[in-house]
Design a binder for this molecule. Structure first.
Ligand code: PEP
Length: 255
């Protein structure tokens, strides 16, 4: 049985420790009894010091990105060692905003992924198609290509540690959510690829989150689907009430 996991990707919001703390002070009591769901928040780097208040809670800390080198002349990049020193456990890789705005390729994401795994971070790897690709019937091709490139040379054991976030780009930040059926179909396809590359057992172990305008009103219907193991949430993770409702939906639909 896969335990659902709900992640809050704060993007470039709530970036001061005070601003992050304000939200967490509200969130922590609301979700403290929710043990059947893994909870992660990924604030901006400048607010990762909230690790100290998360220590005694059931909320884990994630980073929104990471570089593949440990140190050196890489202006503006964040070393995995720095993240480790801040008690970061999860790292989001290949978010569509990284792929599209910062031109991150599957090859680059694969390089980061290997380093993240070697340093025992739990990677949340994002994949997903553009609207034009969906309209042209290319959703499966895109998913396949992204998975082939991003998971190149990843062993079976490593794959089972990875969380995949299927995030159709047309649904991110747009208020237009994939229907539970559209999301489920994509997740089933992701598992088919995992079966082809590894085996059924691995395909059934990997947790696949859905991301793209997950809100309190639609979370439950999405999470009820057999192959949707929680969500990666942007906008609705910024306020404690909405994020807690989404976490509750995952808790209620677990097992
Ligand atoms: C995201 O940033 O991964 C995301 C899914 O954003 P939103 O929930 O705002 O669509």
């Amino acid at each position: 049985m896969r335990k659902p996991i709900v992640g809050g990707n704060w993007k470039m919001n709530r970036g001061t420790p005070e601003n992050a703390r304000e939200m967490l002070d509200e969130l922590i009591p609301k979700v403290k009894e929710m043990k059947d769901v893994d909870i992660v928040i990924a604030p901006p780097f400048t607010a990762l010091s909230v690790a100290s208040i998360l220590k005694v809670t059931n909320i884990k800390l994630g980073a929104q990105n990471m570089f593949y080198e440990e140190k050196g002349a890489y202006t503006g990049e964040i070393s995995p060692l720095f993240l480790r020193s801040l008690d970061v456990e999860y790292v989001i890789l290949g978010h569509s905003e990284r792929r599209n705005i910062f031109n991150e390729s599957n090859e680059l994401i694969n390089k980061k992924l290997k380093v993240a795994l070697s340093m025992d971070f739990i990677p949340i790897v994002c994949i997903g198609e553009h609207l034009e690709e969906r309209k042209a019937g290319k959703t499966k091709n895109v998913i396949k290509e992204q998975m082939e490139g991003t998971f190149k040379e990843i062993t079976k054991k490593e794959m089972e540690e990875i969380i995949i976030a299927y995030e159709p780009i047309w649904a991110i930040g747009t208020g237009e959510t994939a229907t539970p059926e559209q999301a489920e179909d994509a997740h089933i396809y992701v598992r088919e690829i995992l079966t082809e590359k590894y085996n059924d057992n691995t395909a059934n172990r990997v947790r696949i989150q859905y991301g793209g305008s997950v809100k309190p009103h639609n979370a439950k219907k999405l999470f009820e689907k057999d192959n949707i193991d929680g969500g990666l949430v942007g906008g609705a993770s910024l306020e404690a009430d909405s994020f807690a409702s989404i976490i509750k939906a995952a808790q209620e639909t677990s097992n």
